[in-house]
Ligand binder design. Structure first.
Ligand code: DOR
Ligand code: ZN
Length: 335
């Protein structure tokens, strides 16, 4: 029996620029109806002029696919004069603490320094997207950030805050504690733990920030994903790096999942008897939380058992060579 999803959304995706963008953006645009595009480029997307040029580059790369890029600005101190006129062009502003991940050197050093910007965002209704990690011990970084989420949620009760790519039980618990806190979760954090990354031979293509955590963290994430917790959205955090930057000394952080994320989610939800909740997890929750209406797109899945390619261009995906239970059928083609 085929299975279908209506307008699936990827609420956290890295498209990059130039040739990499041309390679990866169409791979997302084939199966997703839209996605939140991360602004951690070099230099970061922190001016509207740069954002408009970047959006044009994306639209050129995905032409004909019925995909809506939802653009996010990189956090710095912004004035109301800057933000008010562009509020409808952006889905939110992404806060990277300085130095926590790829291209975040120009991130925020002291969160108190952007209180004024956060107050403006709250007033004019611009969501705050957060990479919630400190620079502490790697396994504790998200946990240490929880108190910052609490402070933000309390100090700005009308600000929509998205805890991006959550990886811990503690972050899961926050969803029911503060009305204005929401979250995205990736595919890899629903299926792997740190053991899969470093427990055997080092697996560079499973290495990302935040790193995968303990089995009980994964269980807590999977639990709320499978029931499509209303404040949880799918965000792949698919982050392509050329193979030379992954299979080397000094492996870049990022797991490339975009082309097969939906297929693997269908399999995961089917395995747990939760297929009826996948629509909410990959689309309806995001539409409600962000109040967006993405392009209409029906994605049909069939059980044809294709194999995940070894590479897309020079990017190695998660699980190369693994057989997929489900494939996507787009406009009469099996893809
Ligand atoms: O693993 C990651 N890769 N985590 C991030 O937060 C950024 C991303 C990237 O841009 O490569
Ligand atoms: Zn990311």
């Amino acid at each position: 029996m085929p299975f279908s999803l209506s307008s699936p959304l990827d609420m956290h995706i890295h498209f990059r620029e130039g040739d990499m963008l041309k390679l990866v953006a169409p791979l997302s645009a084939k199966t997703f109806a839209g996605g939140v595009i991360m602004p951690n480029l070099v230099p970061p997307v922190d001016h509207i002029s740069r954002l408009i040029i970047y959006e044009e580059e994306i639209n050129k790369a995905i032409i004909g696919h019925g995909f809506q890029p939802y653009m996010a600005l990189f956090m710095r101190s912004y004035t109301e004069e800057e933000l008010a006129p562009i509020k409808d062009r952006i889905i939110g502003i992404k806060l990277y603490p300085a130095g926590v991940t790829t291209h975040s050197d120009q991130g925020i050093k002291r969160i108190e320094d952007i209180n004024r910007t956060l107050a403006i965002m709250q007033d004019i209704d611009i969501p705050l997207l957060v990479h919630g990690e400190t620079t502490g011990f790697v396994m504790d970084r998200e946990r240490e950030f929880i108190s910052i989420y609490e402070r933000l949620a309390r100090q700005f009760p009308r600000l929509t805050i998205i805890m991006e790519h959550i990886t811990t039980k503690e972050a899961v618990d926050m969803l029911d504690r503060y009305e204005n806190l929401h979250a995205t979760v990736t595919l890899q954090h629903l299926i792997i733990t740190l053991d899969d990354v470093v427990g055997g031979l080092l697996a560079p293509h499973l290495f990302c920030k935040p790193i995968a955590k303990r089995p009980e963290d994964r269980a807590a994430l999977l639990h709320i994903a499978l029931k499509a917790h209303p404040k949880l959205m799918f965000g792949s955090d698919s982050a392509p790096h050329p193979v030379s930057k992954k299979e080397c000394c000094g492996c870049a952080a990022g797991v490339f999942t975009a082309p097969i994320a939906l297929q693997m989610l269908v399999e995961l939800f089917e395995d747990h008897d939760a297929l009826e909740n996948l629509q909410a997890f990959v689309s309806d929750n995001a539409k409600r939380i962000y109040e967006i209406t993405p392009p209409e797109k029906t994605v049909v899945f069939e059980k044809t058992g294709d194999v995940i390619p070894d590479k897309y261009g020079d990017v190695v995906p998660i699980y190369p060579g693994r057989k997929l239970a489900w494939n996507v059928k787009v406009e009469g083609e099996i893809w």
